[in-house]
Design a protein. Sequence first.
Length: 208
Amino acid sequence: MTTLYTMPGTCSLAPNIAVAWIDAPVEVKAMAYGDHKKAEYLAINPKGKVPALRFDDGDVLTEASAILAWLGAAHGGGGFGRDTALGRKEAEALSYMTSEVHATYGGHFGPQNLAESDSAIEEVKRKTYEQLASHYKHLNDVLAGNGGEWYLGKRSFADTFLYVLSRWIEQTPISIDDYPALKKHRARMEADSGVQLALDRQDMEPIG
């Protein structure tokens, strides 16, 4: 069976939720933190990151947006197909969330990789949180402009990654209270049975 490798606290939660939503025939394997750097997993994904999707023939697909695209194409049916207006917008939204918002978190998770002196590291953090605040405002505005229930007006895999981002904000000095649409979306997601299943599979708890 195709296997999705996940780890608590990571963006692998997004495809984990997607698997639950569409009941895809994918085994979800939750690794303990640190296992992604061990030889057994590095043989699957030499980048040492999650998520990774390993197929029966040994082929491996990495990157959350790519895995979400495959899930939608292979198992999503009409509701998650990329050959629709919603599917096209979903691809655009996921590209923004993963290549811009997620990438900005590099200055939060690893500021020491971007600067050396203490003062420079603090500057990296300050600029990172400024950029993240701008990203969250954009996400909040798009969500609110589309009715506030789902990011694109209808449920899509963009909501799975948005949920990840709305969890990560709690690790920063930024307050989700400044983004009321995102806060309501996070609560709505946590009331969803598929999200609850995915959280349980990754040994994670709702934010509340």
